[in-house]
Design a protein around this ligand. Sequence first.
Ligand SMILES: NC(=O)c1ccc[n+]([C@@H]2O[C@H](COP(=O)([O-])OP(=O)(O)OC[C@H]3O[C@@H](n4cnc5c(N)ncnc54)[C@H](O)[C@@H]3O)[C@@H](O)[C@H]2O)c1
Length: 276
Amino acid sequence: MADPMIDPADPVLVPIGVPERPLDRRKALVIGIANKDSIAYGCARAFRAFGADLSITYLNEKTKRYTGQLAEALGVEDALYLPCDVREEGQLEAVFEAIGREWGKLHVVLHSIAFAPREDLHGRVVDCSRDGFLMAMDISVHSLMRVARLAEPLMEKEGGSIFTMSYFGGEKVIPHYGIMGPAKAALESAARYLAAELGPKGIRVNIVSPGPLMTRAASGIDRFDELLAKTREKAPTGQLVTAEQVGLATAALACDFASIVTGEILYMDGGYNIMG
Ligand SMILES: NC(=O)c1ccc[n+]([C@@H]2O[C@H](COP(=O)([O-])OP(=O)(O)OC[C@H]3O[C@@H](n4cnc5c(N)ncnc54)[C@H](O)[C@@H]3O)[C@@H](O)[C@H]2O)c1
């Protein structure tokens, strides 16, 4: 029987339409692919699978040989496969200039980079050098603010979604995570402020917080194998996450159907963070 409270013309009576390729014709920039194991590569593959066109960056000529084949696999055009060391004057800016020239707009940016000098990463936070701290904060945190500032004019036309990659060690003390812990705490807070400031322009900023996975960056962390074992044991899923899983969940959050999600830490860790 018809519900007298529902108007027959009410749109709730029509099934919700979900596009098959929800990022079709969307433009996405991915910063942080070092090799095929990078979390950023898992995300780039997923953005592509969801229909997005991609621009990706490489750190320098040395690392380019690990990423050339990946750029090809992702269908990235030469003009949008660009060098980007955020410490090199003008390189990050040049990436956004190229995107402005080639696309004139941008919908998704993934910021998936972090660095701390080895001696500071391996030492106690108590002993962290000023230079090491500043370098870790510059590469791992301030670069996100620069990314957001450069993305803003390209994203405000049609709205956009910015992601940064964090880890639970920014919230709780994780043995051997060292100075990256405070850096991730700063990153998460910065992302929330960016979300608040850019939200009125239709730009979302979210923090993806994956469980540990073996990548080049992770190999710099002492006793990482112990962290992997502990995570597998404690996570409700009983499994470690993969870059592909992180990518697919991140891509879903980049879609219009996640348009109300901003300023959040999105844990992708098999539930590890909820356990006491
Ligand atoms: N692997 C993990 O367990 C894990 C878990 C949670 C979060 N994360 C975070 O994910 C992000 C990606 O790391 P990953 O594990 O995929 O390792 P990765 O080594 O594949 O990626 C790290 C990236 O940072 C880039 N980078 C370093 N210095 C840079 C600079 N000066 N300019 C530009 N790029 C620079 C590297 O080139 C590399 O592409 C990092 O922020 C990391 O902290 C990693």
